[in-house]
Design a protein around this ligand. Structure first.
Ligand code: NAD
Ligand code: G3P
Length: 337
């Protein structure tokens, strides 16, 4: 099966997914709002700011014009940072109406919108034409672009309310190194995907402070417990949190030097300020904004999330990290489940 696919967002994940889809035999257009990046992708087949030492397929064409990228596309994949999803979706809607096309929509972003607390599929559903909503599918799971670029084994999940749409996404992406499962729990997959970034900031900080494996395993396990609690309050399937989007993504993001969130936490633990970390990363650190959204959401819904609250206090209220850790440790003893 081959089709025309538009990938919107040419950072590390968007560009590598676009290359994978090209490798799978599809005609792929990759959109970026940065003309210089488009020029580099088309002329040198590189994207050095985001993925080093990688040569993209010569048949992958980049565009800075959204209409050109979307023309003829039967599937559109959004892979911009969460804070940019709404504006890119609005622009996409206008172009799709002009082109009078009705592609299937996929997204691979991991975050919660500031202020509205919307998941990415909810933002898309609000902004795109109504008849495209049902097909929205979330591609998520433990998947660093750097490993996929090496064609290392990666397993992800495609979640949609529409099983046919999820199966379509499964067929588009599957190959010898990239295996895709389907899942009907869009809420659970998106909550797990967004909130694991908070925990990765925490495990990175533990690393930067010199804590060992026990501490990181503890944070990931108890972090997943509170993410599951928030998910349950929205009706998510508890099994999702034991799957690829849950435990799988906590492990990869919470332990890997490839993770922007883990690396950011590591630098915070070593004493850098949040501003310094954000300025030097040069790529999106979704966990910073998601910590605020998740903290506020937990208060609004009355869900106990002590780790998220501790990381919020460190990032947004200037609390000393060591004090935050000791306060977590000295909470009253309780039953695990
Ligand atoms: N990098 C990964 O390995 C990976 C894996 C899975 C999921 N994700 C998720 O994918 C999303 C994108 O992450 P990334 O790592 O590719 O980010 P990135 O920082 O590498 O790149 C983001 C891209 O979006 C573009 N962009 C930023 N603001 C924009 C705007 N207002 N309008 C249009 N384009 C804009 C940037 O120019 C850049 O091309 C995030 O939600 C992330 O959590 C990333
Ligand atoms: O590099 P991060 O921390 O944004 O994580 C990327 C992916 O979400 C890992 O699955």
């Amino acid at each position: 099966m081959s089709e025309k696919i538009a990938v919107l967002g040419a950072g590390s994940w968007g560009s590598i997914l676009a290359n994978l889809l090209d490798e799978n035999g599809n005609e792929v257009s990759l959109w970026s709002y940065k003309p210089q990046q488009v020029k580099e992708l088309n002329e040198k087949h590189t994207n050095t700011h985001y993925i080093k030492d990688f040569t993209y397929s010569e048949t992958l064409i980049a565009y800075s014009d959204l209409k050109q990228a979307l023309t003829g596309a039967t599937t559109v994949l959004f892979v911009v940072p969460t804070k940019a999803v709404r504006s890119v979706a609005k622009d996409t809607k206008a172009v799709l109406e002009e082109l009078q096309t009705k592609p299937q929509l996929i997204h691979a972003s991991k975050g919660i919108e500031q202020g509205t607390y919307k998941r990415v599929s909810e933002i898309l559903a609000e902004e795109i034409p109504a008849d495209l909503r049902k097909s929205i599918t979330v591609l998520s799971g433990p998947s660093h672009a750097e490993d996929v670029a090496k064609r290392d084994i990666t397993l992800v999940t495609a979640a949609s309310a529409d099983l046919d749409a999820a199966k379509h996404v499964q067929r588009l992406f599957m190959n010898r190194y990239f295996r895709v499962y389907t899942n009907s729990d869009v809420i659970g997959v998106e909550i797990a995907a967004a909130l694991k970034n908070i925990i990765a900031l925490g495990t990175g900080a533990l690393n930067g402070l010199g804590y060992g494996d026990n501490a990181k395993a503890a944070l990931m396990t108890r972090g997943l417990a509170e993410i599951s609690r928030l998910g349950a309050s929205f009706g998510a399937n508890p099994q999702t949190f034991t799957g690829l989007a849950g435990v799988g993504d906590i492990i990869v993001t919470g332990t890997s030097k490839n993770s922007r969130n883990y690396r950011a936490g590591d630098e915070l633990g070593k004493g850098q300020t949040l501003e310094e970390v954000v300025d030097t990363m040069g790529m999106v650190i979704e966990g910073v904004a998601t910590t605020k959204a998740a903290y506020e959401l937990s208060k609004q819904r009355g869900v106990e999330m002590p780790i998220t609250a501790a990381i919020y206090q460190v990032l947004y209220e200037g609390k000393d990290i060591r004090k935050a850790i000791s306060d977590l440790m000295m909470r009253e003893g309780r039953s695990e489940f």
